[in-house]
Each structure stands twice: as structure tokens, then as C-alpha cells.
Write a protein that binds this ligand. Structure first.
Ligand SMILES: [Zn+2]
Length: 516
């Protein structure tokens, strides 16, 4: 039955994104010990994912928006992923991406400015911003031994801002911690040990890492149970002990090793982690402007940073922003009611003290008053297109993530409860252009960079965070061109509809800082 399922793709995760032809569908070998993946061919003659994706037709009367072409937008995702890979290949095999303050950040800023210049935007400039010392893990290695076996955890990745391990590393007992709930830890001594816990996106958050830290663990390994053996870059755990994420291939091997030992024997964990805090780095905001018929403004922003190839988060968003810049650069100025300002933001993956310096700069009272006094709309383009994947779907063999030919519904925000007109415009546009949404809006924007602007500008954001988010498998093929096209066209429709209405329809007093 499996072989007749139309349009269902079976792609398992590649340990190395570089080894995958990102435009073709083929099964990748799973780590040793995992079940063989199914090899269902894609039910299109070319066998290419690109050709299998479902494309939403243009609504009647919207022919002008046909020039927003998802396949061209996808090329921009590819170009940004290539910037990440160049950085990886320059001696950064494990902690790589378009990371703030690195050469990849600088290259990406130049690349974006060159796009803005190519479309004839005015006031294109790269505004440098100073960074506080940035966290860079230099070297780390984790090996688990027991019963004559030894496993090197290739997928182990320190959580952002994790503390270094002592010079020379640690050599301690391993403890199996299950889900990491209080019940899982009953009767287990974690003091001075290396604790392994197991979780997955969608499971209840047991605060396992925090709990193991409170129990005195020396190092904590949080296994992500998604199929494969992906490297996942987590945000800070804010624990005393360093925490690492581990792919399920490695994590299950450790679990099985622990289970294989005779009573009284324990597995041992040897681990090193060297950290450097690098001072005097810079990032940047990248600006471009399309002057309109008035000095009222519409802002289009997208964060430039991200981990690994960072295709969904956020090359897709940057591509959508560039697509809008190109589209409106061809509309005569007199027909653009408001001046459009595009900003490639530094981003926020360097979570912690001194991060998100671009957002801080934009929130400076003087800058805020000067820039946003006449703003009718701000759109944050963030993760606008994500391939719909399924974990171990029922009646389909193989321990694999299965791909579909459709993009995912997004979390969304459109002006909040005080701006019903903006919400109505956005919902109508998303529906007409085929952008699936969760049925309820977020009361505040989905996590991301609109959080820095929505309290004082009428904001719109859509976003999705799924299986490949922050992993070394977040390659361009996880960003369907069809979703890029649908979302970017909908954004354009929202801009056009907002531009038919006066500023007063959308502007509101600044909202308070949320207390959550
Ligand atoms: Zn993001």
C-alpha cells in the first residue's frame, strides 16, 4: 500500500546536510542500529520535490502578484544557505551558520545590501553595531563506555551559552533519567554524574535539564527523540552544569548500552567542552528604502541570523522580504502611498545578555520616535514556509520523518485585539492566497523579532517552528517554494489593503511591556 501513496515522500535525515542534493528526493542511510527507511518514490515523473509541491492558484484579479515567484524566492534561500556552508568549511565543523558577529554575518549583510541596491532602493546602508563578548564553543567531545563498548556522541551539541567543562574534561558515571520528570528521577543519585534525559517536540515539558541540574548533575544530555541523529542547537538552559542536546541515534545507543550492563556496573562518560567568549565583534542592521508618495511608512523586517543552513529560520523570511522589495521597486512611486523601509535585522540567536542589539537600537526612545511616528504597518517575515513532515506515521514502516508535498499552517498575529481592521485584512489575504493558519491568532506575536516592534507599530507576523528548526538538517529543501510564494503574495496583499486606509485606522497608543 505504501508504494501507491501519491505524493508522500520518505526522506530520512542526513547527518550531513552537505551530502544531500537539496532539490532531489532520495532516502538517506540512517545511523547504524535504526530500522531501514522506506524508499517510496515520489509520484511525479521528475522525482523532484519542487515539482510535487502543491501550488495555490492566484485568485482572480490578482495577476499583478504573479511576479512574486516562489521558485525565484527559493533561490535566495539557497544563496543564504551557501553563506552558512562557507563558514562551516572554514574550520567550524560543529558550531556554524550565519552566526552573529562572524564572517558569515558580515558576508550576509553585504549580500542583502547588494540585493537592495540591485532593485534601486535608496539609502541602502549597513549600520554596524557593537556586540558584547560572544559565546563560541571551540572543541568538545563526548564518549560513553561500558561493557567493552565505546560510543562517541557525534550529534552532541552544547546548549547556547553552556559553561565550559573543567580543563582536561570529566570522567563520570552515566545515569539514565527517562523523561526527566520527578518520577523518573526517584531513587537516582545524580550528584556528580552525567544524566541522560529523553524528549521530543510536542511532549510535555518536564523541565528535565533544570531538575537534573538541581540534583547536582555534572553534565546533562537531552536526547531529542525525532528519528535520525540530528545536531540541534538549543537556546540557553540557564543551568550551572553544561547541557548538551543529542540526536536520537546516539541517545538510544547510550540507553541500550546502559541496559546491557550487568547489575552493579555503570557506564562512564568522558566529556570535554572548551568555550571562548570572543570580544569586539560587530553585527549590523541592513537598510533599504523605497520612497512613497507620502512620508508615512510601512516597515518590512526579517532577521538575518540563524544556525547551520538556517533555511527555514530565517533564510525564508529574508527571501520573502527581498521578494517584497523587488515587487514594490517595480511599482511606480506615485502608486505607493507610503514609504517602505526594509531592515535586515541582526537577529536573536545569541540569546542572553547583550543580545538582539538591533532591536535594542530600534527601541531607543529617540530612534523609535524618529522612525515609527507615522507607521501604518510593520511585517516581520519569519519562518514563512515550512515543509509538513510526519513522525513515524501510522502504518508506514521505518523509523523516519516522512515528508509531504505541502507547507505547514503557521502561528500568527495581525495587530492584536485593538486592531480588528488589520486582523480582518490579514485573515482575508492569507485565505485568498493559500496561507494556512492556526485557527486562533496569538495574543502576542509568535516568538521572534516582531516582539521588539509590535507594542508601538501595527504588526503582522506568521511563523512556524518544526522538526528541522535549529538542526543541521534545516536545509533549503525544508522550505517549500510554494509556501514562500503564498506567504509573500499575501504580505503584498496586506500592504496594498492597508495602504487604502488612513493611519488612524491602525495606529494605537504604545502597549505596555508584557509581564509574562
Ligand atoms: Zn527566527
Amino acid at each position: 500500500m505504501r508504494n501507491t501513496m501519491i505524493g508522500l515522500l520518505a526522506v530520512t535525515m542526513a547527518a550531513s546536510a552537505a551530502s544531500l542534493d537539496s532539490r532531489a528526493i532520495r532516502a538517506q542511510a540512517l545511523p547504524s542500529g535504526a530500522a531501514a527507511p522506506p524508499t517510496t518514490p515520489l509520484a511525479v515523473p521528475s522525482g523532484k520535490l519542487d515539482d510535487a509541491l502543491l501550488e495555490w492558484p492566484l485568485p482572480p484579479g490578482e495577476q499583478a502578484l504573479s511576479t512574486i515567484d516562489g521558485r525565484r524566492l527559493h533561490q535566495l534561500v539557497e544563496e543564504q544557505a551557501a553563506i552558512s556552508r562557507r563558514y562551516r568549511d572554514q574550520g567550524h565543523p560543529k558550531f556554524w551558520g550565519r552566526i552573529i558577529g562572524t564572517s558569515a554575518d558580515a558576508e550576509n549583510a553585504q549580500w542583502l545590501a547588494s540585493k537592495f541596491n540591485a532593485f534601486g532602493l535608496t539609502d541602502v546602508y549597513i549600520q554596524p553595531l557593537d556586540l558584547s563578548p560572544q559565546w563560541f564553543p571551540q572543541r568538545w567531545e563526548v564518549t560513553v563506555t561500558g561493557g567493552g563498548k565505546s560510543i562517541t556522541l557525534e550529534s552532541a551539541q552544547p546548549d547556547y551559552r553552556a559553561a565550559a567543562l573543567p580543563a582536561g574534561g570529566i570522567d563520570v558515571d552515566a545515569v539514565y533519567g527517562g523523561f526527566g520528570s520527578a518520577a523518573d528521577f526517584v531513587g537516582k543519585d545524580m550528584k556528580g554524574k552525567a544524566v541522560f534525559t529523553y524528549t521530543m517536540l510536542g511532549l510535555h515539558n518536564e523541565e528535565a535539564v533544570k531538575r537534573a541540574d538541581e540534583k547536582g548533575a555534572t553534565a546533562i544530555f537531552e536526547v531529542d527523540m525525532l528519528p535520525g541523529n540530528m545536531r540541534y542547537q538549543a537556546y540557553p538552559s540557564n543551568t550551572r552544569a553544561p547541557a548538551f542536546t543529542v540526536g536520537s541515534g546516539d541517545g538510544l545507543a547510550v540507553r541500550d548500552l546502559i541496559a546491557s550492563l550487568p547489575p552493579g556496573q555503570t557506564a562512564r562518560v568522558k566529556a570535554t567542552l572548551e568555550i571562548q567568549m570572543v570580544p569586539n565583534l560587530k553585527t549590523a542592521l541592513v537598510w533599504g528604502t523605497l520612497p512613497g508618495a507620502t512620508d508615512e511608512t510601512v516597515y518590512i523586517v526579517a532577521h538575518r541570523d540563524g544556525w547551520f543552513e538556517a533555511s527555514g529560520d530565517n533564510a525564508g523570511g529574508v527571501a520573502a522580504m527581498i521578494g517584497l522589495a523587488e515587487y514594490y521597486s517595480k511599482v511606480p512611486r506615485a502608486q505607493r502611498r507610503r514609504t517602505m523601509v526594509f531592515i535586515g535585522l541582526d537577529g536573536h540567536h545569541n540569546t542572553g545578555p547583550g543580545s538582539a542589539v538591533g532591536g535594542v537600537w530600534l527601541n531607543d526612545p529617540a530612534n523609535k520616535a524618529r522612525l515609527f511616528a507615522k507607521t501604518a504597518l510593520s511585517i516581520n517575515c519569519e519562518h514563512p514556509s515550512t515543509i509538513q513532515t510526519y513522525v513515524r506515521p501510522r502504518y508506514v514502516d521505518g523509523d523516519a520523518l516522512h515528508w509531504s508535498n505541502m507547507y505547514m499552517a503557521q502561528q500568527w498575529y495581525a495587530g492584536g485585539p485593538s486592531r480588528p481592521e488589520l486582523t480582518a485584512i490579514a485573515v482575508k489575504a492569507f485565505k485568498e492566497f493559500g496561507v494556512p493558519l492556526l485557527t486562533e491568532p496569538d495574543p502576542r506575536p509568535p516568538a521572534g523579532d516582531l516582539g521588539r516592534l509590535y507594542r508601538f507599530t501595527p504588526g503582522v507576523a506568521t511563523s512556524e517552528f518544526f522538526h528541522y528548526f535549529h538542526t543541521d538538517r534545516e536545509s533549503p529543501d525544508t522550505v517549500p517554494w510554494t509556501g514562500l510564494q503564498a506567504t509573500t503574495r499575501a504580505y503584498a496583499k496586506i500592504i496594498d489593503e492597508v495602504n487604502k486606509l488612513p493611519l488612524s485606522t491602525f495606529q494605537r497608543p504604545e502597549e505596555p511591556v508584557p509581564t509574562r
